[in-house]
Design a protein around this ligand. Sequence first.
Ligand SMILES: *Cc1c(COP(=O)(O)O)cnc(C)c1O
Length: 379
Amino acid sequence: MHQNTIDFIREHFESPDFIPLHEPYFVGNEKAYLNNCIDTTFVSSVGKFVDKFEADIAEFTGAKYAVATVNGTAALHIALIMAGVERDDEVITQSLTFIATCNAITYLGAKPIFIDVDRETMGMSPDKLKHFLENETKMVNGFCVNKTTKKRIKAVVPMHTFGLPINLDALQDVCEPYKIEIVEDAAESLGSYQNGRHTGTKGLLGTLSFNGNKTITTGGGGMIITNSEELAKKAKHITTTAKKPHRWDFYHDQVGYNYRLPNINAALGCAQLEKLPVILKNKRDLANKYKLFFKDEAVHFVTEPNNTTANYWLNAIILDNVSERDSFLEATNNAGIMTRPIWKLMSGLPMFANSQKGNLENSIWLEERVVNIPSSVKH
Ligand SMILES: *Cc1c(COP(=O)(O)O)cnc(C)c1O
């Protein structure tokens, strides 16, 4: 019964071979810029491409500042420090996310609290968050304190799943009275907008990823975006070993991180960014094609929520139940077409099993039904 889908995907990608979920798309200046790095020997910690990539990302997203990092997880780690998260604090996030979000929280000695997502966005539910904050927290000395653990809740990290933006306006209204900072995990949503604003720019800070499977790639890489000059400067300093600029002296004024993005990776990023409009157009075209096709198949194809523009990074469908999902995964993967289920909930993993959580009914519902389907830009 899944043969129609298999045929449709094969026909679209015009390939009899294995069809991956998401491949990089290199058709621009990638080789030229990489050669420039090698010819000039600027492959590592200094070079013009890092500055250019940061400036280009700031321009594209509309953020005032951008700080490049070695990957998206490192960007999240530093963004949480910049938001004031410390050891023994708590950070609210979604149970339905990629592990990086929770790893970054844990690196700080902080603990995640899991809040449900909305079915439409697959991202954090402002209503569920509001319910949790109203019932489980109180304000003490200007801080939001968890009534159960007595710990401070410093930040909330929503994630724009598969590039579908959540309602950030509603989220901000919920967080404001509790003095909780928003750090947006926009790793999957480069080129996605909510109410005309690029994702990652509504909160105090946002983070991006340029891993090999993302919309554009630098091999590995990430970016912190923010409108705060002070936080951008601090983030740059702490991600470059906290070394005071000097022509020859080594002086570090705090414990820093070696999280800078090498110039050779930034070179790839500059070339990729030039092609981003083409990539986004191609992804939207594929999503529209899928939408039409799945209407006839009576399968729910996930589309962008109201008042948003999604990048359609990874296309997703929602099957009727677990056994339907499993038979779809089996049929497509057996046919050489890569499909995969959404992540296992973070709250079910051993290291987060004891974390506090709200009612996760939508997360569980989606965990049982959502499957990603091939979403590469056609070469
Ligand atoms: C890709 C991704 C990250 C960052 O991953 P890196 O591989 O460290 O760049 C963070 N959060 C989410 C939700 C992601 O999908």
